[in-house]
Design a protein around this ligand. Structure first.
Ligand code: UDP
Length: 474
């Protein structure tokens, strides 16, 4: 039987289209599996580049093929193969998606069999909204970032109108921003989404696309009510149909367990080869003693910055597990000081890519030095691990403000990258203020678990989404 004949005949056909980036693909695959468990017919559209990475490094593709109504399709992202697809250069993808991918996507949708009944598109893909509108296909958008940063992007035109943007240089960074409802008392210029620092076409596009998110048939968010309820209540004044279904990785784990799926094994959707040796290293470390350090899949660092973090970690005297991804340091970090090498041998473990969800769930981990990407933040929240935030760009600046100021889950290093500050923050997190952060982190982790259990807010919202897709009741 070919894939088309296997599709459940009575279920609508949903096409899922993520931005081709690690964090986006990770969370949309989790969502896809939740919808597959609910029996929907699904096509998951990857860029050729991403699909190749998944085939090379994971068993995701074969894992999904066990779902009768599931199929992968691929499309070019328009960038040349050798493009780094990281750092600020990643943003170039938006131009090629518009000029190259969009017409191919439209053609694909027109000819797709069975017909696509609903498009579930990444909320940063304005091209998907345009094509859905043109072809009259209902669209639900999924913002893979936090509600707080989505809401701040939405407020960009209001900030401009109120004269609060643009930011007037470095000396302006501590000015309070008052025109984002719900954040009037604590949001400074330096906490605004990274793109607000430069008033260029990227900011304009992101702000326009975010406005479009509020006009679709529904807006899906990888967050939960107990974490972002206050901001969500403001957002619902603009878009009543918001489905909070996160934390998706925990939600999927829970539903797989509930449905007695033997498939509850940890699986990877990494674009890199996962080095699992760090788990055996962690097994040998005392409980809560290790700082896990990772800056996600897109951050790019200079060797000076790497050395500042490295000195800070070694000088703190704490154990650390550090992910130094291939390509994270384009200038290669030549002449590594000998004391760093020695310090790492004694108390450190450095890998090029870790099984992050498992690492954060390991008892030896006591803290997470993170770039505050939204997936990393949620993964830390779920495991009750306090954070030190060093946001790199985009939504990360605002996430880190919420982690420290609103949720009390850790410290925000913000724009500083200095070995003394790293050392002090590691000591504060792991020793001085440990009890305080652990208390809030443990409480939030419990709430995260409750919201994905039967009757919890994310659980009910996912059921509502599936029902709405089945009945096209948007
Ligand atoms: N990740 C991983 N291993 C690593 C580093 C990161 O599996 O060594 C995963 C992490 O679990 C998360 C994703 O990569 O799901 C990164 O997404 P995030 O939104 O945190 O940051 P981005 O990469 O988009 O900046």
């Amino acid at each position: 039987m070919d894939k088309e004949e296997q599709r459940p005949q009575t279920s609508p056909h949903v096409l899922i289209f993520p931005l081709p980036a690690q964090g986006h693909v990770n969370s949309m695959l989790k969502l896809a599996e939740l919808l597959a468990l609910a029996g929907l017919n699904l096509t998951f559209l990857n860029s050729d580049f991403v699909h190749e990475q998944l085939l090379r490094h994971t068993d995701v593709v074969s894992r999904f093929l066990k779902y009768a109504g599931f199929e992968f399709r691929t499309i070019p992202d328009g960038l040349p193969d050798e493009h780094p697809r990281a750092g600020h250069a990643f943003m170039e993808i938006f131009e090629t998606l518009e000029s190259i991918t969009k017409p191919i996507f439209k053609e694909m949708l027109v000819n797709m069999k069975p017909r696509v009944d609903c498009l579930l598109a990444d909320g940063v893909l304005g091209i998907a909204v345009d094509v859905a509108e043109e072809l009259g296909i209902p669209i639900v958008q999924f913002r893979t970032i936090s509600a707080c940063s989505t809401w701040a992007y939405f407020a960009v035109p209001d900030m401009i109108q109120a004269g609060e943007l643009p930011i007037k240089g470095k000396e302006d960074m501590d000015r309070l921003i008052t025109s984002v409802p719900g954040m009037e008392t604590f949001l400074r210029c330096r906490d605004l989404p990274g793109f607000c620092r430069v008033m260029d076409s990227t900011l304009q596009r992101i702000s326009e696309d975010t406005r479009k998110n509020f006009k679709g048939h529904g807006l899906l968010l990888n967050t939960f009510e107990d974490l972002e309820g206050d901001i969500l209540s403001h957002m619902r004044t603009k878009s009543p149909n918001i489905y909070t279904v996160g934390p998706l990785h925990l939600h999927l784990r829970t539903r797989l367990c509930d449905s007695n799926q033997t498939l509850f094994d940890q699986y990877s959707s990494s674009f890199y080869e996962v080095d699992r040796s760090c788990l055996s290293w962690l097994d040998k470390q005392p409980k809560g003693s290790v700082v896990y350090v990772s800056f996600g899949s897109l951050t790019v660092l200079s060797s000076e910055q790497v050395f500042e973090f490295w000195f800070g970690l070694v000088n703190s005297g704490k154990r650390f597990l550090w992910v130094l991804r291939p390509g994270i340091m384009p200038d290669e970090g030549k002449n590594i000081p000998v004391e760093l090498m020695e310090g790492s041998k004694k108390r450190g473990c450095i890998v090029s890519w870790a099984p992050q969800e498992e690492v954060l769930g390991h008892g030896a981990i006591g803290g997470f030095l993170t770039h505050s990407g939204w997936n990393s933040t949620l993964e830390s929240v779920v495991e009750g691990v306090p954070m030190i935030c060093w946001p790199y760009f985009a939504d990360q600046q605002i996430n880190s403000r919420f982690v420290s100021q609103v949720w009390g889950l850790g410290l925000d290093m913000k724009d500083l990258c200095d070995r003394h500050i790293v050392e002090k923050m590691v000591n504060d997190l792991m020793v001085e203020r440990r009890e305080e952060f652990l208390k809030s982190a443990t409480k939030m982790a419990k709430l995260a678990k409750e919201c994905v259990n039967v009757g919890g807010s994310s659980y009910c919202n996912l059921d509502r989404l599936v029902e709405d897709i089945r009945s096209m009741n948007f």
